[in-house]
Design a protein around this ligand. Sequence first.
Ligand SMILES: Nc1ncnc2c1ncn2[C@@H]1O[C@H](COP(=O)(O)OP(=O)(O)OP(=O)(O)O)[C@@H](O)[C@H]1O
Ligand SMILES: [Mg+2]
Length: 358
Amino acid sequence: MSNVVALDLGSSAIAAVEVSTTRDRVSLTNASVEPIPSGLLQDGEILEPEELAECVRRSWKTAGFSGRRVHLGIANQRVLVRVIDLPVISDPRERRAAVAFEAQEQMPIPLDQAVMDFQPIGLFATEQGQRERFVVVAAHREMIDQLVGVVRHARLQPVGIDLQAFAVLRALMPPASVLDEGSPDTEAQVIVHVGAEVTHVIVSVDRNCHFTRLVNFGGSSLTQAVAQRMECSTEQAEALKITCGLLGDPHGDWDLETIAEVQHALAVAARPLVREVVRSLDYYRSQEFSRSIDRVILSGGTALCLGLDRYLQQGLGMDVEIGDAASQLDDRGGMSIAMAHRASVAIGLALDGAGGQR
Ligand SMILES: Nc1ncnc2c1ncn2[C@@H]1O[C@H](COP(=O)(O)OP(=O)(O)OP(=O)(O)O)[C@@H](O)[C@H]1O
Ligand SMILES: [Mg+2]
């Protein structure tokens, strides 16, 4: 049995999970979501490294994680993701060099200042012969060094770094069935993962990422809209947002006028989310390798906003379901769906650490 610990530094909270793995089971053994003060991280960029390291150290102590070797996630506008096609190359070193060469052509980061990784996502036939398609990720080295520095400062040892979008996908999507894997008829699933400041729009086919885009939208802009409309503090606005929701029956005993005002403010503030998801999917559909889209799965802390799923469904004209990021664990250790939304990146990172193929 071995333990894997994963850490997700979000702008509203530090989420961490620990899983234990045996040969055929991955079980959740510990999880924590510790709120952090705003302003330490913004749009995925670390603004206050020392304070953030202190928060990581505190949350580690409070939650009592046994391991210090951690898997980390990254996401911000300086991480680039592209899909590239190449002739099939069997030698792994040559293949890697060819991917790096092509990535350099397509990505505006000098590769000596970048960390690059790629995933093969399938073979396909063309008139020029068989080609292989890859999703390539390139991140500025300086940004990775900063993240690693924060985690080391908290006396933890980073052992793996992955794109947050890949982690979310892994946490939410079941492995492709052996019979369908690689079929050109498999439809795409879209994940819309909405946090406090950023949203990942991810297109998944056979549990592989075929497209991802980071949008600067999150739950904090919903809270701000309520604070402005109701002329109240951020704390009161957060409580109103959570209890009134965007559509449907609220949780609290609010008067009808308050509910109508909060729901209206949330609906107006959520419009950019619909617009950005539509734009992202239009772009995906314009790629010659795009598939038809089966459904949209909502995750992240803001997925807990009452009625956001129905609102998106109306805006996109597609089925929208609320996901469960703990569904790929063999034993979820009692983790609620609500907690799983906030820990989904950490769960996906831990699943990779636990063997990747789960
Ligand atoms: N019940 C709820 N209703 C509405 N919004 C909620 C609810 N619970 C949490 N949220 C919102 O979810 C957001 C936090 O989500 P999450 O933990 O995924 O963000 P994060 O990872 O810290 O942020 P980011 O990834 O954007 O940097 C906050 O904006 C919070 O207000
Ligand atoms: Mg997040």
